[in-house]
Design a protein around this ligand. Sequence first.
Ligand SMILES: CC(C)(COP(=O)(O)OP(=O)(O)OC[C@H]1O[C@@H](n2cnc3c(N)ncnc32)[C@H](O)[C@@H]1OP(=O)(O)O)[C@@H](O)C(=O)NCCC(=O)NCCS
Length: 175
Amino acid sequence: MKTEKIEIMIREAIPSDAKEILAFSRQTGAETDFLTYGEEGLELSEAFEEMYLEGLMDKQNAILLVAIINNEEIIGMASVGADDKPKTQHVGEVGITVSKEFWGFGLGTALMEEIEIWAKESGVIRRLELTVHSENERAIVLYEKMGYHREGLLSRIMCINGTFVDGVMMSLLID
Ligand SMILES: CC(C)(COP(=O)(O)OP(=O)(O)OC[C@H]1O[C@@H](n2cnc3c(N)ncnc32)[C@H](O)[C@@H]1OP(=O)(O)O)[C@@H](O)C(=O)NCCC(=O)NCCS
């Protein structure tokens, strides 16, 4: 049997990744119902995304990580968003997506581990939080494995093809 060598690198996104990030959001939006967007993706202009990524590089409490295969294509992303208000700047909202072709190979775990390491080193983030579709078993298993706790059920958090779905609020405290 012939084996193919695959290299996957996880790094911070840079402004020149903007076009590929937007394309990746359209691809993954079409692949799963578990994201807040569909096939339209993030619906941002490339110029706006570039500017956003530039600003992100100066922020201590927000990050966007990309996983790149063989130095050429984005196959995963994980992000933390936070505001700059003194009372809430320690709260980071986590987002994660892996290309469907690569589900189940440990990439989601690797991205969540990187996010936690970054959060611990940030010196600002003390709480990571997220809301997950209550039927997104794969994601819930991943978050629980990483130590995230369920904090509550949010009713009708999304409407997917006319059907309301609930969300599970989860968090990890960073100490
Ligand atoms: C959720 C997601 C990021 C997980 O990424 P992944 O690369 O598949 O994750 P991993 O391979 O690291 O698997 C994580 C855990 O899921 C669990 N898992 C794998 N397949 C599963 C399945 N079919 N059902 C339930 N759990 C499953 C495993 O326990 C695994 O941990 P383990 O390998 O240590 O046992 C990915 O499926 C995804 O992008 N989904 C669509 C977008 C999404 O739902 N994002 C989250 C929105 S809140």
